[in-house]
Design a protein around this ligand. Sequence first.
Ligand SMILES: CC(C)(COP(=O)(O)OP(=O)(O)OC[C@H]1O[C@@H](n2cnc3c(N)ncnc32)[C@H](O)[C@@H]1OP(=O)(O)O)[C@@H](O)C(=O)NCCC(=O)NCCS
Length: 218
Amino acid sequence: MNELQWPEDITIKILRGQEMIPYLEIAAQWRIQEFKSFPYLYEGNMEYESMYMHECEENPEAILIVGEKKGEILGFTTGIPIGTMSDLLKSLRNKLPNADEYYYLAECIFSPTVRGRGFAQKGIKLFEDVVRGFGYKKICFLTVIRDKNHPLRPARYLDKDPIWQRWNYKKTDLVLEFPWPTIQADGSVIDFLNPMRFWEKDISVAIGNPLKSLASAA
Ligand SMILES: CC(C)(COP(=O)(O)OP(=O)(O)OC[C@H]1O[C@@H](n2cnc3c(N)ncnc32)[C@H](O)[C@@H]1OP(=O)(O)O)[C@@H](O)C(=O)NCCC(=O)NCCS
């Protein structure tokens, strides 16, 4: 485990593989709560989450970065190499000729009490530095595609694509479908095939000095 001290009494822990175990269940609870909303519409449960939790604890290159202040969790980022995942992202891995170069960013979630303070930007930068340190060339993730007129789209919904584009992630034309228990407009939940877009970023060249970026990250 690596532990960093950030200003304002914030502790950042970088955990790998089995070190993640104490945090996996709470990260799953956050995912279930957060991804219930548009655009994910994920009616999650611990049984479903346990597939990803199991993948993480078995994989020494899976990481969980957690920010805490006086024992209170402020946010999480987790990820796993695409090439070593077993079943969950098999269809994606099969589409990537150089899958071993990719590290998958599974999620980045911050507590609503600390959003808008730049933590995600700093957390993603730290994630990139750690993944680059493992020797991976690219970070990728998937975003859910929903119709602009989807009945569950909140009137004031803010599209997150511009955030990722500002951080130099590239939106690709690759779209795959993944099933999960999905909330429908009438409130029912069905195991639905959700279209997801593949995004990627080349991280092979560090911009700036990673150690300097860590020191200034808060
Ligand atoms: C998305 C999320 C991680 C951003 O965290 P954050 O700490 O508030 O982000 P930051 O303060 O670093 O802001 C980053 C940028 O995103 C913008 N932003 C923040 N939340 C946003 C949202 N919900 N929609 C659109 N833009 C948003 C900010 O204005 C900021 O833009 P800037 O760089 O031009 O200033 C946070 O809102 C969250 O946890 N959301 C729920 C989970 C989620 O959807 N995660 C992303 C997919 S895994």
